[in-house]
Design a protein around this ligand. Sequence first.
Ligand code: UTP
Length: 233
Amino acid sequence: MKAIIPAAGHGTRFLPVTRVVPKEMLPIGAKPALELIVDEARSAGAQGITIVISEGKELIRRYFEGQSDIQFVYQKEQKGLGHAVLQAKTDDDVLILLGDAVIAGCNASEGIVEMSRRHGGAAVIGCERVPREKVSRYGIMKLDGERIVDMVEKPSVDEAPSDIAVAGRYLLPASIFSYLETQTPGKGGEIQLTDAIRRMLAEREAYAYVYPGNRQDIGNPDGYYAALTAFRN
Ligand code: UTP
């Protein structure tokens, strides 16, 4: 299993600091958030980590330079998360960890890998339980026990099949890259990872792993404050 950490996005929700400091490099205590994510991938057993960056985010490269298990690829145009992942195409299973999602209180990726083993190496998507009234902000799971039946992007409260939301970590087979290669642009004109996963779900079993910890999106100031508090406690 290889790890891919997409960190090439614009970070517009966290301007102006992201004009020079990538949001993924904001500190949680003395470490950049991205280092916590790298540590998480390593302890989950990733053999090699590819960080997807873009022009202007060389600070990331400088910080991790010289670490033998880390390599960098560039996403030249920000065409979406699915497109970013595709830049790191490999023949191995991939653990994808969003560079702006940190999870306090557990090693989420270890739990994901463990669940995949229990299900014979199946795909597993990391999830969190969200308040019902907020389901319209997330990709929401339709589940049969732990098995994923479908995913619904930003449903209304009435339409939401559960309160279990996609949350920043994915363990996927190498075949995800062939779905990404043929994926047409979706929401926002971007190549969405979720769209490729939904096509994959029609042909392969996948399971949802609900973290025992809590996920924070450090892509905006409120989420970042929440992350600082969560990691302090
Ligand atoms: P976001 O959905 O938060 O997008 O990306 P963004 O462009 O970074 O942020 P805003 O909307 O402008 O504020 C989730 C993760 O995927 C990466 C981001 O760097 C972040 O770690 N990403 C997103 C890419 O690598 N490439 C993309 O084209 C989009």
